[in-house]
Design a protein around this ligand. Structure first.
Ligand SMILES: Nc1nc2c(ncn2[C@@H]2O[C@H](COP(=O)(O)OP(=O)(O)O)[C@@H](O)[C@H]2O)c(=O)[nH]1
Ligand SMILES: [Mg+2]
Length: 420
């Protein structure tokens, strides 16, 4: 009898577990965008081993997994959250050494979900951000015959919506201090990275990591950045990329520190050492992800016919058709159609594109007056929910844009252009 009871109990437990699991795996029922889902923007981060990719990611997630004054927060699948938090904890603990780096040639892939809360308190998904981190190896090493890593990487770079080029601030420090090895490594990795970047036409954010190690270059931060930019421009590939591409794509240079000032310094052997009992205060970690959507839309806007776009935007202001989002969807399809390669893949997400275009393009007032007039109308319950979600989503997009605006205000040199 005993084995039978055990078997029955086990079977019941399995059924319950199975039910719980399938409930968890099934996407939460949402009245909004259920028919269209949530778009995924794919980001590829390239950078040599040791350049600070993992720490940046860990800091980024640690800070962005809570609201902290933003209208959104990030979530990730449970296994990824555990890993990211483990790295963060290991970095933050000044009694421990740095966590070990990514193995040569390996890639790491994460998916973040951007979530927001609507006025009623309901949580909504706004978009997914796919993040592929690619470590050095393949950038410079010859590949063993039969390996597919390289072809796969090239395909992902070509189809990425945004690229991050990670530049190791420690190597810049070494170069400025006259260490030939640092200079050599820096040039080598920049050249490899830039030849890959030439394959795509997406916005590029060059991220200078370990900015804390460069603080003594100049007291003024923008002057510091200007000096580093001038130095980077001495790399021919970098200069070529900026000069040839900055007129039709967005190119940024963002200094970040995963640990912040006063957490670490170079020791007598020129190694990065943690200072005892210091707190981490990461800086600018949120810019690379915040810039993705505004930069794609800016690039698309630049390529669009000004007059036609204005007409489409004005139409949403006047549109009298019933059903919230109808005019936005129309604007969205127009954007997808004109944007071609950059946003064409998002054609099914017309409501998202319409919202983003209204929020990020040109005259932002048009859309506001539209919102007001539609709020004045009598809306059904379902319409009201969609309306509310739209407003929350627009707020997130505006937050992304204003983060970028604030940074450009503080560090005008972070925008790279052919005049440099
Ligand atoms: N001072 C300072 N050091 C950093 C920072 N980020 C990374 N490092 C150092 O660089 C090492 C390599 O970083 P990691 O993120 O593992 O590089 P990855 O190989 O590109 O993933 C770390 O162990 C730290 O010693 C930073 O923001 N400031
Ligand atoms: Mg790593």
């Amino acid at each position: 009898v005993a084995p039978l009871i055990v078997a029955v109990v086990l079977a019941v437990a399995l059924v319950i577990l199975g039910a719980l699991r399938s409930r968890r795996l099934r996407p939460a029922p949402s009245p909004v965008g259920a028919d269209e889902g949530v778009p995924t923007f794919r980001v590829v981060a390239l950078g040599p081993r040791g350049s600070g990719k993992t720490l940046l990611l860990a800091s980024m997630y640690h800070q962005m997994q809570t609201w902290s004054g933003r209208s959104y927060f990030l979530t990730a699948p449970f296994e990824q959250v555990v890993l990211l938090n483990q790295w963060f904890t290991a970095v933050a603990d000044t009694s421990l050494d740095w966590p070990s780096g990514t193995a040569v040639g390996s890639t790491r892939e994460l998916t973040f979900t951007v979530r927001t809360r609507a006025a009623s308190g309901a949580l909504h998904e706004v978009m997914h951000l796919g993040y592929l981190e690619y470590a050095g190896g393949l950038l410079t090493d010859a590949q063993a015959p039969g390996e597919t890593g390289q072809a796969d990487l090239l395909r992902r770079i070509e189809s990425a919506h945004a690229l991050l080029g990670i530049i190791d601030g420690y190597r810049i420090r070494q170069s400025l201090d006259g260490h030939p090895e640092g200079h050599m490594r820096l040039q080598q990795s920049m050249t490899a990275m830039i030849s890959l970047m030439m394959l795509s036409s997406s916005p590029i954010t060059f991220v200078i990591t370990k900015w804390d190690l460069l603080r003594d270059i100049d007291v003024d931060e923008d002057a510091r950045l200007r000096q580093v930019r001038k130095f980077l421009m001495s790399n021919q590939g970098f200069r070529d990329l900026v000069q040839a591409h900055s007129s039709h794509r967005v190119v940024r240079l963002i200094p970040v520190s995963a640990v912040g000032p006063d957490f670490a310094e170079l020791d007598a052997h020129g190694m990065v050492a943690k200072l005892p009992d210091e707190q981490m205060r990461p800086t600018n970690f949120d810019v690379p992800l915040s810039a993705v959507v505004p930069d794609i839309f800016e690039q698309v806007e630049r390529s669009m016919d000004r007059a036609k776009l204005q007409a489409a935007l004005a139409r949403i202001g006047r549109e009298a058709r019933p059903g919230p989002g109808a005019a936005f969807a129309e604007l969205g399809s127009y954007v997808a159609q004109v944007a071609g390669k950059a946003l064409g893949a998002f054609a099914p997400y017309t409501a998202f594109l319409g919202d983003a275009a209204a929020e990020l393009f040109g005259d932002r007032d048009v859309a506001v007056s539209d919102r007001q007039s539609r709020l004045d109308r009598q809306l059904t319950e379902a319409e009201r929910t969609i309306e509310e979600f739209q407003i929350a989503r627009r707020k997130v997009l505006r937050d992304f844009q204003s983060r970028v605006d604030v940074l450009e205000g503080q560090l005008p040199s972070s925008r790279l252009s052919s005049e440099d």
